[in-house]
Design a protein around this ligand. Structure first.
Ligand code: CTP
Ligand code: CA
Ligand code: CA
Length: 415
């Protein structure tokens, strides 16, 4: 059976990314409890990124800066810059380009978000294996690597006694011994370990060239790599072999899996009455097909066994360029003029970024989409052709395609 274990896939995700960008700009913020907040008008601003030191004090994303300061009196607060009356994420986007550039020296890269990317290391691993074997791999080359599921210990009281680094090393040593003992899946596991060597080098290069630290997951597919990346943050990487999947999945809530965080995950949980992704292994492929269709059913059948085949697509640039702004509570827009004003501000940012994108990347956008999300309401979106990078034209086109949403009627001033 093809379980897809000849592939080696990594997901790299920057640690508290916006915080690191601000700490590079202002070194006084380094090694301190620190957050990035946007807008100051309400309760000191909303927190969008949190350093690990601040997390230790209980500070989290979406808190107000004023509330966070009560938890952590010496909290440093960096501010997101503003342009066109809204948050300006340009410094973080530019830092992201730097990171992707370094990563792409090592492998084919798929940018997945502003601070993460998938890489397919299969080819590089095969190349390295022509000149090396298990015996050449030492724990020193894997100084930031965890092997998920190792150490395999039968005595839980012992595992609680040792500190995290000691346990990591013990697990890694056990993993390397397990590799050289040469079980039936040892070729696949060797490939993952060589992948981990490459990712160690890549993460060191990212830190050397950008100053930023990151975490990574190394496994046989995108879902497992993404999951593994989150297991030992920050500044560490985790190898997730197929053999460690059943134990991990037996207690892992379905929503924690890539693509199952939203509606589909909720529907799986409710339809089947199960909590953990591992619980899905008790259903037959036919049963899953009946409930979720001929595409999603078989996908779930494989997925709960740690099997998935989505390829890494070579793509370093975002597919779309967009910006948005929320108007919570009293700031809610109530007249046509206000709606038009803010559409224009958004269009100005778009115009700038579209022009820059055309100059740097030699491509031209063809479609304009306008989306609106109202509290408790279904979201609405409409699109039209984008013919010119012109803020005034984009504003009037946007207004035209969302006019039908105005319950006050277009002849009035109200919205
Ligand atoms: N971000 C945001 N709003 C969100 C999610 C993310 O503004 N709803 C920004 C954050 O400020 C963050 C970056 O996108 O720095 C990457 O997000 P994420 O990887 O989820 O978190 P990090 O802050 O990087 O923290 P971690 O170390 O846990 O990855
Ligand atoms: Ca991150
Ligand atoms: Ca991320």
């Amino acid at each position: 059976m093809d379980v897809g274990d000849e592939r080696v896939i990594a997901l790299v995700d920057m640690d508290c990314f916006y915080v690191q960008v601000e700490q590079r700009i202002n070194p006084e913020l380094r090694n301190k409890p620190c957050v990035v907040a946007q807008y100051k008008t309400w309760k000191g601003g909303g927190i969008i990124a949190v350093s690990y030191e601040a997390r230790g004090h209980g500070v989290s994303r979406n808190m107000w800066a004023d509330d966070a300061r009560r938890l952590c009196p010496d909290l440093q607060v960096a501010r997101v810059r503003e342009a066109h009356g809204k948050a300006d994420l340009t410094p973080y986007r530019e830092a992201s380009v730097e990171v992707i550039e370094v990563m792409s020296r090592f492998a084919v890269v798929e940018r997945a978000s502003i601070d993460e990317a998938y890489m397919d290391l299969t080819g590089s691993v095969q190349d390295r294996l022509k000149h090396m074997s298990v015996q050449d791999i030492t724990p020193q080359q894997l100084k930031g690597t965890y092997a998920q599921g190792f150490p395999q210990t039968s005595d839980p009281s012992e595992s609680a006694a040792v500190d995290k680094e000691e346990r990591r090393l013990r697990g890694l040593q056990q993993w390397l011994e397990h590799l050289s003992s040469g079980g039936q899946s040892s070729r696949a596991e060797l490939c993952l370990t060589v992948g981990a060597l490459i990712v160690e080098e890549m993460r060191a290069a990212v830190e050397e060239h950008t100053g930023f630290r990151c975490s990574a997951g190394i496994s046989h597919n995108k879902v497992l790599a993404k999951l593994a990346c989150g297991l030992n943050k920050p500044n560490r990487q985790t190898v997730l072999p197929l053999g460690s999947v059943p134990e991990l999945f037996s207690t892992l809530p379905i929503r924690k899996i890539r693509n199952l965080g939203g509606k589909l995950g909720t529907s799986v949980t409710e339809t089947l009455g199960v909590e953990n992704i591992g619980d899905l292994t008790q259903f037959s492929k036919v049963q899953l097909e009946q409930h979720f269709g001929e595409k999603t059913g078989p996908w779930l059948y494989d997925l709960c066994r740690g099997i998935e085949f989505e390829p890494v697509k070579p793509r370093q640039l975002p597919k779309s360029i967009g910006c948005s702004k929320n108007f919570p509570g009293k700031t809610c827009l109530a007249t046509q003029q206000q709606v038009q004003h803010w559409l224009h501000q958004l269009a100005l940012e778009l115009q700038e970024r579209l022009n820059k994108d055309r100059d740097m990347n030699g491509r031209v956008a063809k479609q304009l989409t306008v989306g609106i999300q109202q509290a408790g309401d279904r979201s609405f979106s409409r699109c039209c052709a984008l013919v010119r990078y012109d803020a005034v034209k984009m504003t009037s086109d946007s207004l035209a395609i969302i006019k039908s949403l105005n319950t006050a009627g277009s002849h009035q001033e109200a919205w």
